[in-house]
Design a binder for this molecule. Sequence first.
Ligand code: 26Y
Length: 821
Amino acid sequence: MTPAPCDLGNSKDSLKNSIINHLRFTLGAYVESASKNDWWVATCLAIRDRVMDHATKSRTLHRQSGVRRVHYLSLEYLMGRLLENNLRNSGLYESTKAALGEMGKDLDALLDCEPDMGLGNGGLGRLAACFMDSLSTVNLPAIGYGIHYEFGLFRQEFVNGKQVEHPDAWMRDGSPWKIARPSYRQTVQLYGRVVQKFDDCGHPRSEWVETKALLGLPWDIPIVGYDSHTVNVLRLWQAQADEDFNFQVFNEGSYVEALRDKAIAETVSKVLYPNDSTESGKELRLVQQYFFVACSLADIVRRFKVGYTLPWSEFPSKAAIQLNDTHPAVAIPELMRILVDLEGLPWNEAWKICQETFAYTNHTLLPEALEMWSVSLFERVLPRHLQIIYQINQLFLEGDVEAKWPGDSEKKRSLSLIEERGGKYVRMANLSVLGSHATNGVAALHTRLLCERLFADFYALYPDRFLNLTNGITFRRWLDVCNPQLSALITETIGESWKKNADLLRNLDPHADDPAFRARYAKIKRDHKVVLAKIIEDECGVTVSPDALFDVQIKRLHEYKRQHLNLLNIVTLYREILDNPNADFHPRVFIFGAKAAPGYFLAKNIIHAINAVAAKVNNDPRVGDKLKVVFLPNYRVSLAEKIIPASDLSEQISTAGKEASGTGNMKLALNGSLTIGTLDGANVEIEEEVGSENIFIFGLTVEEVTELRAKGYNPWDYYWANEKLRNTIDWISSDYFTGNAEEFQPLRRSLLDHGDPYLCLADYQSYVDAQAKVDATYKDQDKWVKMAILNTARVGKFSSDRTILQYAEKVWNLPQVPIGE
Ligand code: 26Y
C-alpha cells in the first residue's frame, strides 16, 4: 500500500501542522518550550518541504526533455538570508505569518534569527545570487556551482574606529536550507606529474600520476523563483580527505598523525578569500579554484553520460558553462584534459567543444584584479593543465595570430596566454577569452572599454565574440522583500504584473504628479528612515533625525570607489558650518557601510579617518543636528536591505572608467534614492533611463580622465589652486581628529605625494558643487519626491530577469521550460 502523502498544502492550517511536526520530530522540542531558533528552523523546514517537490520535478523534467542547461560557475554567492525571500517568492508569506501568529509567534522576529549566507565579497557574488533568483523565476534550466565555505566573508567590528576582522561561522549550527548529496561525491587530483603513455591503438596519451586526492561532497540549496514552479539548485562543494587517508600511518598506531592530512584536506573549503582586487598568487586559492571546477565538471560530465548516449560533439548542445570572471577559468584546460586524456578525443575536436561550451563574463578593468598565476606554482599544482595551456597557446599564436598579423611579435606578446615580463605568468583573462565563444562586459561603457582597451587585440581578431550584457538585480529581494510597503503601493497603483515584467513600472510615471500618491510614497520613505535611525542609534550610539537627508555610500572599501572623496566633502561641510553657522543647509546624515580587505592598508586608513571625523562631528555642539556621520559596522546583505529603502541619496562616485557596472546604484535608484554619480559603469545607463534631470552627474568623463593623465596629472596643482580643498586636506591630516597628526598621513600622502591615482582632487570641486545642488533640490520636497518616484518608475531595465533572458538568448541559446503544478 502506498502511504498517504503528507499534507504539504499551502493553507495556514497545513503550514501550522508542518511547523509543529518539525518542532516535534525533527528538532525534538515541545511547542511550549521551543527556542526562537527552533521555531525559525522548523519554519524553514516546513517551507523547504514544499519547495523540494518542485526541485525534484524541475530536475526530472529538465533531464527527460533533454534541454540544454546552463551551469553557472562562481567562486562567490552572496545569498544573504533565504527564508523571507523564499516565502515571498513562493506566495507563502501571508499564510505562514498567520500560522505562526496563531501559535503566538511573530514571523518578522523569527526572520532575524537567520545568519546571512555571506559566501561572497561584493558585487560579483551578489550578482550571482540575483542571477540564481532570475533563472528560476524565468524558468531556465540551470545549476549554480560554487564552494561550500565553512567561513564566509569576515564579520567586521570597529575598535577605536579601526576595522577588526572576526571569522564568520555562518553554519556552525548547520543550515536548514542545505541538503547533502553524498551519492554525487567526486574525487579530485592535485600535484603529481605527467607521463606519456600509449593507448591500445598506439596513440600517445598523457597520464597524470602520483597525485594527491581530495574528495568533494556536494550540498544543494534549492532556489525558489517568484511565481514559478521551477526550483533550480545551487550546488556547493565541501572538501574532504580521501576515505583511506594515510592508512599506513593509521595502522601503525599514529592515529593523531593520520588525522593531520584530513585537517589539511578540509582547509580547501574552509574560508572565502576576503580580497576583491588582488590575491598575490596564493596556492590555496588556486587549489580552491581547481577543486570546485573539477568537481563541477565531473558532475556535468556524469550527467551527460547517464542521460544520453550521444557523441561528445553533442556535449555543447546539452551543457552551457558560464565563467563568472576568470576565477573558474581553469575549467577550460580541465575540460580539454577530460576530453583528450580521458576520453581520447582528437585535440581539435576537443577544442571546438570547449569553445562552444564556455562563455566568460569580465567584471573588471583594474589591472591589479586581472588574475595571473606564476607558471612555477601552476606547474606544481596542475602540471598537466599547464601543458595543455602551453599547447593551446602555441596553436593560437602560430595559427590565428600569425595569419592575421604575420611576423608581428608585438601582437603575439600581447595576445599570449603567458606573460613573460618579470617572470612567467599564466594570464587567466586571455585564456578565458580564447576558450569561450562569448565574452561579455557588465555595462555598456565597460564593454566598450573592454573592446577598445583591455581586449583590443582579441576584439580585432574575433569581433563577433564580444557583447554587452548590462547587469541587473532581482526586484523581488531589492523591492518586494526589503520594501514590502512600497511594493504594495506600486501593486495597488498599477497591478502586480511589474513583479515579472519590470518595464511596467513605467506606468507609475504619471503618478509622480499626483500629490496624494506622492504623500504616500514619501511616508513610506520616512517610515524606513525611522527604522534605520533606530538601527543607527543601536549600532553607533548616534541619534539622527529621520527628517535629515540620508546620504548613503554602501559598497566595498576601495580607493577607486572614492569613499575618501565623500570624506573630503564632509570635512568641507563641517568647516562651512563652523564658519557660517546660519547658512541655510538642510540637515544631513552621511551613512557608510563598507568592508576593507584585511591586508589593504590604505582602505583601512580611510575607514579609520571616516570614523574619526564622525566622532568629532557627531559630538561637536556647534554642529548640532546639521551634520551627522555614521559608519555602520559589518555591512552585509541583510543590513543593505534595511539601509536601501531608507536612503535619499545614493553615492556612486568612482573615477570614470573604474567601476565595471555597480549594482548597488540600481538597488538604490529602484527604492527612490537619487544618484549623485560620475559617468561610470551603469550610472551612464541609469541616467539614460531616469533622465538627466532626475540624477546628479558630476566629474570627469572617461575621455577627460585619459586626456588629463596624458597631459600629466599633478594633484598639487589642485591643492594650491583651491583654498577650500587645501584647508580640508590639511585639517584631516592635522592632529584635530585623533590628537595624532601621524594617523592620516598615509591618506594625505596618497592624495598628494603619490599622485592621487583616482583623481579625487581633480573631481573635488565638481563634486562639492553637485552636493550643493542636492541640498538645494532637497529643500523642495515636492520636487524631490517626484524625482524619486520617477527613479522607481524608470529603472525597469535593471531587472536581472532582463539580463538573464539576454544571456539565455544571446549566449546560452536556452529554452524557457515552465514546470507544471
Ligand atoms: C582575483 C580575486 C582577488 C578577486 C575576487 C573577487 C577579484 C575580483 C573579485 C570581485 C570583483 C567584483 O565584485 N566586481 C564587481 O562586479 C560587479 C558585478 O558585475 C560589478 O557591478 C562591479 O562594478 C565590479 O566591481
